[in-house]
Ligand binder design. Sequence first.
Ligand code: NAD
Length: 365
Amino acid sequence: MPFSSIRELAHEQVVINRDEETGLTSIIAIHDTTLGPALGGCRMHPYTSDTDALRDALRLSRGMTYKAAAAGLDLGGGKAVILGDPKTEKSEALFRTFGRAVESLGGRYITAEDAGTGVADIEQIRKETSFVVGVDNTHGGSGDPSPVTARGVLHGMRAACEAAFGSDELAGRTVAIQGLGNVGLPLARLLRDEGAHIIASDVDPERIADARREIPKLEIAESESIFDADADIFAPCAMGSAVNDDTVGRIKARVVCGSANNQLDHDELGAELAGRGIVYAPDYLVNAGGLINVSVELEGYNQERALRLAESIYTNTRTALRIAREEEIPPNQAADRMAKRRIESMRSVGRAFPTFRRRRGRRSK
Ligand code: NAD
């Protein structure tokens, strides 16, 4: 599978780094740098096979290309995976060695946090390379992206409501939020401020208690019954695959729009939702606030600017839904088409990433 997949998914470069001393085995997949340097997080996971690790890196890096392109950012798509157990196999030496591997690519790949890696690991990586984002606020970085992600989801939700109800007004709408975590809770706050009624679920009772303290009118649903909620909008903000063959028929909402990655268990569910008259706001378009947030870090972080840039999610979602209507395809395919068209149209302009390298010097240790 490996080489054929690299060809099929059209990756530019895949780099494997191994270091006996520190135990590092990492794969850096650079999918496409037409629009700019390949940006994407570094995941650490105890993969059961090398093939699984490579498959993950290839799939996720391609997803980043589409996400950045559709968000209108001058960034390409990349992703790194470190093969290992994040609970037992982390060390300063391992992350610094990984940082050197990133540095050796000279800015073609910019890394960040992902599942299994955190702020402390980023701190080690940044000792070896300046090609890293998602750095802590205390070091001038962008810190937690969740507030910007939540704001972006709100913009996407408005655009989806316009398509579904003919008005982007959220006041008086009922929104069922699955997951009151780092994005779900700020989204609930924003919706409360808009005058929406919120039904929410979370498997963690503490998260529910925290949310209830802030939003006394919050209605709580058992986690499994959130799909059946009598709501206008269903907002998956927990794990992937919220929309699957078992749940799709239960969704009463006319709009699906939330922060979770990979909300559709498989691609055909996009058509299934459309067939049921449900407007699906493509996940990677509406949750791009996190990526927009770290992209601002490349120029010197400013949250106001990140929030302003996240407003583009309204227009992007609208455009994808228009393409879906006009070209009679589901919105998830329309988002991919939008991303691919931007990349194609920019090929002739040439690559833009050297500007980033000029602006940022190597950090002092
Ligand atoms: P989080 O871990 O802070 O929150 C997830 C919440 O979902 C937790 O409170 C958890 O208890 C709850 N949960 C898990 N399973 C559930 C279930 N079956 N039913 C109800 N609740 C459940 O994560 P987050 O940072 O808020 O991210 C939420 C989603 O958005 C993830 O899919 C993430 O990949 C995606 N996302 C997040 C960001 C960001 O900026 N944080 C950016 C882009 C995408």
